[in-house]
Write a protein that binds this ligand. Structure first.
Ligand code: ADP
Ligand code: MG
Length: 835
């Protein structure tokens, strides 16, 4: 018996035991054969008995042991989806939700009507759905609608070791839902699955599960993987060259078997894929003999050939695989890089054979979360006969997808993570060492089908001394405003008392509460009649503001609270279609294709410059004149979306205009989803979604800026006066600098913005990211005199006290304020104005 953990007999008795039903399944013999090889198959009875006897079960098993594909099938066959409800399976990544539903459907020989998936914008669920794969964000939204999750008989939380923020919250919520369902007499089973044995945050937390859940360990049938550490760790920016060099070396000197390379982001994946492909097309014969011996020389040559992946003024942002797959309550606004053209099928499907080279050809496939689904699925197919498969992947290949026939793993040891400042929300991407746990997961990919090798491109000393044991849970690393609103909407007022597997940072919670209060989504708690020291302190330690009616409306929209606020205010002047389109565009990842770095080659450089010039011109044209231009980057987004829809969203149009087709498709889906949400929250609005909206009028553009201001009221910046004294260096630094309301340091308009190098006094921005400077992205111009009306809580009004309060004329968008006021902690002076 591999069950560990103390489970009392009493606990066993309480759990209702199901009568055994056997649902027949008609699998093909081929499928049946491959299933039999999976370690979990021998444990079916043990797993099912434990699930039947306990409300909550934790299942640990190495990647590839068959958890995701088999456990849902066990439950299906045992009748858990027979008549009582569905089997729901959550994945932190969209890729996994889609590909696993397909695989399980195939294995069970059932149609997509019965084995379905649901991700943020799409799904194929039907009334007949028995097994539903979804992202964790989707299930979280369902909890908001139906707290007891009454449609489900079992919830499987997959990949719990990844500790995605929604997974953590779901586990906390389910720890309450499971006993409630038990009380109601319609028990819900919860199965938590993890690829590692580190589950103590779930088992040892007595606030979470009153009775410690049993842990089943699936013995992995892992073949030995030989570790090869580098003697020396390559310099910070040389790991990509090193990975390239290693792949070449393995291919040239080691027996057949697939190679899986881990790098940090999409741009690196594309760069390396192209490099490998190019090499085995033309370069190989020249250098073949020399290269293996003269590793170092080659490596230094390469340094100039692969431009270092870095953030400069023209690169937007790196991709973070971990976060980019998330959906649900919070629109993750981080963008990704696309070095190459949006649809470069031919580039990566290329199978090149070196003329006259006896070496087997290489078949290179990229794998990252933003890759279109059909291209991702290619990794499961066998490579063309006689070819060696090389998959260059981000950490998406670490645990959620098992790529067949990998014998060699090349691990750069690096991971790209988005870091946030807990208080200011300023984000930056950093490339750091991954954790020991995830490095071991990566290595394990080499031992699935036979003994394998893992080449770690760092020294064992670095591994031992500098790698953290585990990566920290996402909830401790990012702002939690969306999460706080969601919990308040579930009437969890004292969020600090919530049974988080790992609680979010106190400062982050406070910052979130402050933001939601300022947006009007929360109402301050009623003050006790006579506040005592003790009650004040209790309040400080345990903030418990309640949700307001506005907050309830905002919580209905599957976007960040700031954008939810814009949606709930945009009902005048027929503005909602524009607000919806804008919010949709702001909520999906970067709409424009990343142009990439300036190439080193002079001839290529000219082409690159032309492209950059063309994009600048295009954006300027889209921004237009007058009020429209003042909307800045947000007008560019609106026009890009509108123009693209006029062109039928063709891939050709997207390519010509530097637009990511995949993002455009997501925006279209989100627009329709938001239109439905707006109509159900504000029935009077009666918005009809017209993809091809006409551009807004001058007045509409002005009012849109005001709506944006209400959502971004804590993202305001004011132009700094250029100093008259100081060194030239200092003057230069402060030229074009802005002061934001929260940050000490100066901030700047991002060079990708249409408002770059323009002279506007007050602006609002979507977010600030730190690269070489603190850059504001998604910038629009606002007027100082609007602040007393749209952000009154940020203003201090001066005398005379008997002046009428500031007035707003909604037909013109003008503001009348008889009194002067100052704004924010820095006391920016706002003039009194007459209509
Ligand atoms: P775990 O969840 O424990 O990591 P999985 O259930 O995902 O394991 O994988 C079990 C096996 O199923 C693996 O050998 C994997 O290669 C195989 N598999 C998963 N998806 C597919 C697919 N789409 N096509 C072929 N084989 C697949
Ligand atoms: Mg799995």
């Amino acid at each position: 018996d591999k069950t560990t953990g103390k489970v009392t007999e009493a606990a066993k008795e309480k759990a209702p035991v199901r009568s055994v039903i056997n649902v027949p399944v008609n699998r093909t013999s081929e499928i049946q054969e491959s299933r039999l090889k999976l370690p979990i198959l021998g444990e079916e009875q043990h797993v099912m008995e434990t699930i039947s006897e306990h409300p909550v079960v934790i299942l640990c098993g190495a990647t590839g042991s068959g958890k995701t594909t088999q456990v849902p099938q066990f439950l299906y066959e045992a009748g858990y989806a027979h008549d009582v409800g569905m089997i729901g399976i959550t994945e932190p990544r969209r890729v996994a939700a889609i590909s696993m539903s397909k695989r399980v459907g195939t294995e069970l020989n059932l149609s997509t009507r019965e084995v379905s998936y649901q991700i943020r914008y799409e799904g194929n669920t039907t009334p007949d759905t028995k097994l539903k794969f979804m992202t964790d964000g989707v299930l979280l939204k369902e909890v908001q609608k139906d707290f007891l999750l009454s449609k489900y008989s079992v919830i499987i939380i997959d990949e719990a070791h990844e500790r995605s923020i929604y997974t953590d919250i779901l586990i906390g919520l389910l720890s309450r839902i499971v006993p409630l369902r038990h009380k109601k007499g319609s028990p819900l089973k919860l199965v938590i699955m993890s690829a590692t044995l580190r589950v103590e945050d779930f088992t040892e937390n007595s606030r979470l599960f009153k009775i410690k859940p049993p842990v089943i360990e699936i013995e992995s049938r892992q073949f030995p993987v030989t570790m090869h550490f580098n003697k020396h760790t390559p310099q910070e920016n040389a790991y990509l060259n090193e990975a390239y060099r290693k792949v070449c070396k393995i291919h040239r000197s080691l027996p057949e078997g697939g190679i899986l390379v881990f790098v940090t982001g999409q741009q690196e994946v594309n760069t390396l894929c192209r490099k490998i492909r190019e090499t085995f097309k033309s370069k190989l014969s020249d250098t073949k003999n020399k290269a293996v011996k003269e590793d170092d020389k080659e490596s230094s040559q390469m340094k100039t050939k692969i431009p270092r992946v870095q953030l400069d003024d023209y690169s937007v942002l790196p991709e973070d695989d971990e976060l980019s797959e998330q959906d649900g309550a919070h629109g993750n606004n981080q963008s990704d890089e696309e070095l190459s053209e949006p649809d470069d099928d031919d580039t990566f499907d290329d199978v090149s054979r070196e003329p006259g080279d006896s070496q087997n050809p290489i078949y290179v496939l990229p794998l990252y979360s933003m890759l279109p689904t059909h291209k991702q699925a290619k990794v499961f197919e066998a490579p063309p006969a006689g070819h060696r498969l090389v998959v260059v992947a981000t950490n998406v290949a670490e645990t959620s997808l098992t790529i067949p026939n990998i014998k060699y793993v090349v691990d750069t040891g690096k991971v790209k993570t988005k870091f946030y400042d807990k208080v200011t929300g300023v984000s930056s991407f950093k490339i750091t060492w991954t954790s020991k746990a995830s490095a071991n997961q990566r290595a394990g990919r080499a031992g699935r089908t036979g003994p394998g090798h893992c080449y770690r491109l760092y020294s064992s000393a670095v591994f031992n001394d500098e790698f953290e044991l585990f990566s920290s849970p996402e909830i401790t690393r990012r702002p939690v405003d969306d999460l706080l609103l969601l919990m308040k909407d579930l009437n969890i007022d004292k969020v600090v008392n919530f049974p988080f597997p790992s609680p979010p940072d106190r400062l982050a919670l406070k910052a979130a509460e402050k933001l939601l209060l300022s947006l009007g989504a929360l109402e301050p708690p009623a003050k006790p009649q006579k506040p005592t020291r003790k009650s004040q302190r209790a309040e400080m330690d345990n903030p418990s503001a309640r949700i307001s009616p506005l907050g309830r409306a905002m919580a209905c929209f599957p976007v960040a609270p700031r954008y939810g606020k814009m949606l709930s205010l945009g009902h005048q002047h027929n503005l909602l279609p524009y607000v919806i389109a804008l919010v949709a565009a702001l909520s999906v990842q970067e709409l424009f294709v990343e142009i990439g770095e300036p190439p080193i080659d002079e001839t290529e450089k000219q082409a690159w410059k032309n492209r950059v010039g063309k994009m600048v011109m295009l954006k300027k044209t889209w921004a237009g004149q007058g009020q429209s231009a003042l909307l800045g980057d947000l007008m560019v987004l609106l026009k890009a979306v509108g123009a693209c829809e006029y062109a039928g969203c063709s891939t050709d149009f997207c390519f010509q205009h530097g637009i990511r087709h995949k993002a455009m498709i997501e925006i279209r889906k989100l627009r329709s989803q938001l239109t439905n949400a707006v109509n159900s929250v504000l029935p009077a609005a009666n918005v009809i979604m017209d993809p091809k909206m006409a551009p807004p009028s001058e007045l509409q553009a002005k009012l849109l800026r005001q709506i944006i201001l209400t959502g971004l009221s804590d993202h305001i910046a004011r132009k700094l006066q250029e100093p008259s004294t100081g060194t030239n260096e200092e003057k230069k630094k402060l030229k074009m600098a802005y002061q934001s309301i929260h940050l000490e340091e100066p901030v700047y308009i991002h060079p990708n913005s249409v408002l770059y190098k323009q002279n506007h006094e007050y602006v609002v921005f979507q977010d600030i990211t730190e690269t070489s400077k603190l850059y504001m992205r998604g910038v629009s111009v606002i007027e100082a005199e609007w602040l007393p009306v749209f952000v009154p809580h940020g203003c201090t009004f001066s005398k005379p006290l008997d002046s009428p309060p500031p007035r707003y004329d909604s037909s013109s968008g003008n503001v009348l304020a008889h009194m002067t006021s100052t704004f924010g902690v820095r006391c920016w002076e706002i003039p009194a104005v007459e209509l």
